[in-house]
Every structure is written in C-alpha cells, then in structure tokens.
Design a protein around this ligand. Structure first.
Ligand code: NAG
Ligand code: NAG
Ligand code: NAG
Ligand code: NAG
Ligand code: NAG
Ligand code: NAG
Length: 448
C-alpha cells in the first residue's frame, strides 16, 4: 500500500488546517436498513449469511486478540485498537449526507468501532461504491483536523504530515484498509424533513487509499465509546435503536442525542418496565459496550453457571458485550452447555441433533409430531444491578424450514460472550455513554 503521507502530498498539501469546534445538544432520528434487506434472499439464506458474517466478525476479533496475547501479557492498547477495526463489518446501513452542498450516501453502522469515514476523491485506491466519491474541493465546509487536536490523538495510529495535517490509517483483519486525512465536515442526518439536522465540524476520515468490500455502502459510521465516534462527537452522548424482526423488511430506528430516550416507548402489552445495567469498561477494548452478566434462566429455572465464566480476564479476553454488528449471539462455552442441557430436558422427548446445513449444533426436529406437546420457554439474562433481559423464543431460537429443525440461535464461544442483534429484535435499547448505562425495554420496533 502507498504511504498515506505520499497521498497527502498529492491531495492535501494546498489545504490549510482549521481548528475543530465541538458540537452539542443535537438530536435526530433516522432509519436503519439491514444489509440484506433488499437482496431477495430466502429465510434460510438470510440465516446462513448472518451466521457466516457472525463467524467472520468473531474470527477477526479472535485473530487480533490472539496476536495481542502473544505480544505481551497485558494487551497492548495499540493492538487492541486494531481488533476493533478488524471486526468492523456492519450489519445495518444508514443514510446521511456530507459537505456543503450535501452529498447523500449510505454507510455501515458499527457499534464496535469509532471512526466515521468515507472514500474521498482523488482516489489513489478506492473500492466501488454506489454513490459518487466525496470531493472535498467542491465542499465549502471541508476543513482538515490539525495534529494538535485531541481527536487526532484519539486515532489508533495518528501520523502527522507537514507538522499539521492529521493522517489516519485503519487496517482490517482481511487485508482491507482505509487511509487518508482526518478532516471535519458538516453532516446532514435524518431522512424525514421534520427531523433533518445539520451538524457542523464533525471529524471523519477522508479515505484516499482504501481496499476491500463496502457491501453496498460508501463508508462507515462508528458508534463506539471512543472520542471519534459519531455518538461521542454529538451531544448528549447517547443513542438508542430498536431493531425490527430479523426476517422483516421493515426498517429499524436509530435515535441520537435528545431523541434517544426510552421514555414514551410504545412498550409491549406486557407493560415490562425499563431495565438498566451499568456499562463496564474493558481497557483492552475501550470502544466496545461491555456489561456484567451474572446468570441465565430458562423458564423459571436459574441455570447452574458460575458467574466467573462471564468475567473479563486480566489480558482483556472474555467478558460480555452487546453489539449491533454481530448477528447471532456467541455464548461462553460453559454457559452454552448449560443452556443446551436445559433445552434438551425441556423439549424432551424431541431428540437433539446437529443442523450441519446452517452450522448450528443444538437443534430439534420441527414441527414436533402431533402426539408431542412441547413449549419453548423464555430465556432471561440476569445483569448487574438486578436488570433482567427477557429473551422470547423468537429471539434465541430459529426455525430452519428447509431441513425442518428448530435450532438454538447461539454459537458456542471459547471465551467472550457477544449479545448479537438477533437477540435484540423488538427491544428498544439505549446506550447512555454519559451515564455509562445500558437500558432496554421490549417494544414493537415497527411502530415505536
Ligand atoms: C421534503 O422536502 C422536499 C423539498 O424540500 C419536498 O419536496 C418534500 O415534499 C418534503 N417531504 C415531506 C414528507 O415533507
Ligand atoms: C448489493 O445489493 C444487491 C441488491 O440490491 C445485492 O444483490 C448484492 O448482493 C449486494 N452486494 C453486497 C456486497 O452486499
Ligand atoms: C425519562 O423520564 C424521567 C422522569 O420524567 C427522567 O427523570 C429521565 O431523565 C428521562 N430519561 C431520559 C433518557 O430522557
Ligand atoms: C402504540 O401502538 C399502538 C398500535 O399497537 C398505536 O395505536 C398507538 O398510537 C401507539 N402509541 C404511541 C404513543 O405511539
Ligand atoms: C455436533 O457437532 C459438534 C461439532 O461439530 C460435535 O462436537 C458434536 O458431537 C455433534 N453432535 C451430534 C449430536 O452430532
Ligand atoms: C431479576 O431476576 C431476579 C432472579 O429471578 C430477581 O431476583 C430480580 O428481582 C429480578 N429483577 C427485576 C428488576 O425484576
């Protein structure tokens, strides 16, 4: 790959850096589309694709975590930053616009990383994208972020060109990468006219050297906990989303700032109260939303799981985090085995089997013969602070209609537990960074 400094010599040398102004107090709502929403896939294809993406994302996490573990007993934060980038293939897309006049584009949304970036012309190397490349020279509000800005220092690999221009480089696990200058721009959010909001001086990566696939988008919007993420750059620093059913074509909702509140959520008929649990910081993976999980119940039965299996290890491995970019939940293996044992017992006499077609290992023939009456219970996750997340069967089991199996929609994990988006369907979830709190309430996400 060409040096980003070389690129700067070509594209940025004539532009003068300007200071970055912070923004505050904005809020807006917008729609999220699932990456596969317009692909005309069958249900089985949707599930198989989701499982494949889940595996790819976790493989990227594990690869870099393993690399970190061999470097030093304590995870090197620089290497840890690479993990996030390695894992940042998103599951949801949002529409936004950049510059003055605004250029509309679609970006992948990622709660696992921070940087907002798009491909910028002139391209030294760019991937195909559905909309034109952003041309800084044609925008009246484009500014470079100077090296002395704290946002430049927040990059995993900050570099300085001509002592003033901040250069970023992000590498993905699969050799994909983006590099360019850290700049600031006016961004426009919100599709509905009534909630359209323009925010000036949002720092983003203007990528002139990019490689890899963008999956029908023109960049990425990071919603992680770090200073560069969109949610951190806006104020107040909180966002909420409500994901519609996995197999539904209806768009999901994403709310920022003052619009991100569970007050007034059209809560389910059960009238479940809002539950809240503290967010936990994992210094090795500071952008991710870790939580403290204490136990799991199936129906009324609390499963025999040592809470220590959910703890973050000294080297930063393990722990439990919630992620929008992982589809199926990854459950720590001891906890997985306990869930599997209880499911086998609850669904007796149905014989447990593997569904090799979609790669899930706890499945049952479905539908059961008429003579067999079985009921799949709710699952409940017990978090720190007494918060309980009720997971109805449709959020942790899936039916593979092609082979006739009902499968546990979770993947056995060596160490870390990742609460994936399949488990978050029809739940309004608030990420409150300022108060370090995650709140959630069941909701019909197509009408909240
Ligand atoms: C949004 O604004 C555009 C142009 O300003 C207008 O043509 C359109 O009708 C508006 N849409 C709604 C839903 O108000
Ligand atoms: C892009 O979208 C089209 C349908 O609009 C789909 O067929 C194609 O698979 C998508 N490409 C990627 C990489 O997701
Ligand atoms: C929700 O409402 C309560 C009571 O009115 C208020 O204290 C709280 O701050 C609100 N929460 C949010 C996120 O707006
Ligand atoms: C809640 O949803 C129902 C439809 O189930 C709708 O009639 C009602 O207006 C909604 N309430 C709010 C506050 O959005
Ligand atoms: C299911 O697959 C797993 C992993 O491939 C294997 O360890 C296990 O023995 C299989 N179980 C059954 C019942 O075939
Ligand atoms: C959560 O579940 C636990 C165990 O069943 C129970 O003791 C606790 O009261 C529940 N918390 C809430 C807020 O319902």
């Amino acid at each position: 790959m060409a040096s980003p400094v070389l690129v700067l010599a070509l594209v940025a040398a004539t532009l003068l850096p300007a200071s970055h102004c912070s923004v505050s107090g904005v809020g807006f709502q917008l729609k999220l589309r699932h990456v596969d929403a317009h692909g005309s896939y069958t249900k089985l294809e949707l599930v198989t694709r989701a499982i494949r993406r889940s595996r790819a994302r976790v493989a990227a996490l594990q690869a870099v975590a393993a690399a970190a573990a061999t470097v030093a007993p304590v995870v090197d934060p620089i290497i840890a930053a690479r993990i996030l980038v390695a894992a940042s293939q998103g599951e949801y897309l949002m529409d936004l616009a950049i510059g003055t006049p605004p250029l509309r584009y679609t970006a992948m949304v990622d709660t696992g990383s921070d940087l907002i970036w798009t491909q910028c012309a002139p391209c030294v190397l760019c991937a195909d994208q559905p909309t034109p490349y952003f041309r800084p020279a044609r925008s009246a509000t484009y500014r470079l972020v100077p090296c002395r800005s704290p946002l430049c220092a927040a990059l995993p690999y900050p570099a300085c060109f001509q002592r003033s221009v901040c250069v970023y480089q992000y590498y993905y696990g699969d050799e994909a990468s983006t590099a360019g200058v850290l700049a600031s721009e006016t961004f426009t959010f919100g599709a509905a006219n009534s909630s359209k909001v323009m925010v000036s001086d949002v720092a983003f990566g203007c990528g002139n050297i990019n490689s890899g696939q963008l999956a029908n988008s023109s960049g990425m919007v990071g919603l992680g906990r770090g200073p560069l993420s969109l949610v951190s750059q806006l104020g107040p620093s909180r966002f909420s989303y409500c994901l519609t059913s996995f197999l539904s074509p209806e768009p999901s909702r994403l709310n920022f700032g003052v619009f991100a509140t569970l007050n007034g959520t059209n809560a389910s008929s059960s009238g479940s109260p809002v539950q809240s649990t503290p967010l936990v910081v994992n210094a090795a993976l500071p952008s991710l939303y870790f939580m403290s999980l204490k136990g799991i119940s199936l129906g009324q039965k609390r499963l025999p799981i040592d809470p220590l299996v959910f703890a973050i290890n000294d080297d930063g491995t393990g722990g439990v985090f919630i992620d929008s970019g992982t589809s199926l939940t990854w459950l720590q293996q001891d906890a997985y085995d306990a869930v599997r044992r209880e499911l086998v017992s609850v669904l007796r006499p149905l014989p447990p089997t593997n569904d090799t077609e979609i790669g899930l290992e706890t499945c049952f023939p479905w539908p059961p013969p008429p003579s067999v009456a079985v009921t799949v219970p709710d699952m409940e996750l017990h978090f720190d602070g007494g918060a309980n997340m009720t997971v109805p069967p449709e959020n942790y089991m899936l039916i593979d209609g092609a082979t006739g199996f009902l499968c546990l929609a979770m993947i056995r994990s060596g160490d870390a537990t990742i609460i994936g988006n399949y488990q978050q369907q029809n739940m309004h979830i608030l990420y409150d960074i300022a108060n370090s709190l995650l709140s959630f309430v069941p909701a019909p996400c197509n009408i909240v």
